[in-house]
Design a protein around this ligand. Structure first.
Ligand code: ZN
Ligand code: ZN
Length: 293
């Protein structure tokens, strides 16, 4: 059984529609797929319809933009009730922050002599719920300023780049609690990945997050090398946290992140689903179920 628990569609910064995402997953032999667009549930309904047609198990999720001690951390929230008001409000705040960031980023680029208009970004962003840095990167590629998204981030848009603008992200511990209150479960995405915080997320911190309801750690991710994976796996084992592995697929938006390039062990997946069921029961919320064909 092949299980991929972290993928993006064009409702955030992926390049395929939710339907195409599910169809690709089916062709690549994925049996269980999670759609986890950044800070939005907009792709859920379309993905669910496609999954039913494709005969594929779908897990509805969100990759929430969080921060810990000033550094960015991504939190995968699986199966929360999307109508839980505090969660919906927080996601709205994050999306708003991302849209407000765009004019500021373009002003910084203009200062560097690079003229890009909001319309240029809107055109490449298509159906995305919010226009983010990857879309600015795509516009830079289209203008021939850079070769690809990575060069755009390395040269301009990354946190040390000259066109970087800070934006709102949810406090990590609070979001872990909120996902639990919404009846879902959370997993820290690529905790030691490039561009993300390293030092702050150690075993003691994971233990503290677990006390707030954290279910697992995304260990097998392309941004982790073998040593990092082994160390994270040991931390997860010590704390009895679920270990996940996933592609973080973005369509053509990210190279070396093909569907199924990392997968989650069926036993870990079963534990995650059990924890989600317990969280849903404890919260009293009506949560999306894992869609099984
Ligand atoms: Zn991420
Ligand atoms: Zn992602």
């Amino acid at each position: 059984m092949r299980i991929d628990l972290h993928t993006h569609s064009d409702r955030s910064d992926g390049t395929t529609t939710p339907t195409e995402l599910v169809n690709h997953a089916g062709k690549r032999g994925i049996d269980v797929l999670a759609i986890t667009d950044h800070d939005t549930t907009e792709g859920w309904a379309e993905a669910a319809e496609a999954a039913e047609r494709e005969g594929l198990t779908l897990v509805r999720g969100i990759e929430v933009s969080c921060k810990l001690e000033g550094s960015a951390v991504h939190l995968l929230a699986y199966l929360p009730d999307p109508t839980y008001e505090p969660l919906a409000a927080e996601l709205g705040r994050i999306l708003e922050g991302r849209n407000a960031r765009l004019p500021a980023t373009l002003a910084k680029l203009r200062h560097l002599g690079i003229e890009i208009e909001e319309d240029d970004v809107r055109r490449v962003a298509g159906d995305a719920a919010a226009m983010g840095r990857p879309h600015v990167a795509d516009a830079l590629v289209e203008k021939g300023v850079v070769q690809d998204r990575s060069e755009a981030f390395d040269t301009y848009l990354g946190s040390r780049g000259p066109a970087y603008v800070k934006r709102y992200a949810a406090p990590l511990e609070e979001m872990v609690r909120m996902v639990a209150a919404a009846g879902g479960v959370s997993v820290v995405a690529h905790p030691w990945g490039r561009r993300y915080t390293h030092q702050a997320l150690d075993e003691a911190r994971f233990a503290a997050l677990q006390d707030e309801g954290l279910a697992g750690i995304e260990v097998d991710h392309q941004d982790h090398d073998e040593r990092e994976r082994e160390t994270l796996r040991a931390i997860a084992r010590n704390l009895d946290l679920v270990v996940t592995g996933s592609s973080d697929y973005h369509g053509d938006g990210k190279v070396d992140h093909d569907l199924g390039c990392n997968t989650t062990d069926p036993e870990d997946f079963a534990r995650l689903v059990d924890l989600a069921r317990a969280s849903a029961a404890a919260s009293g919320r009506t949560t999306p179920t894992v869609l099984v064909p």
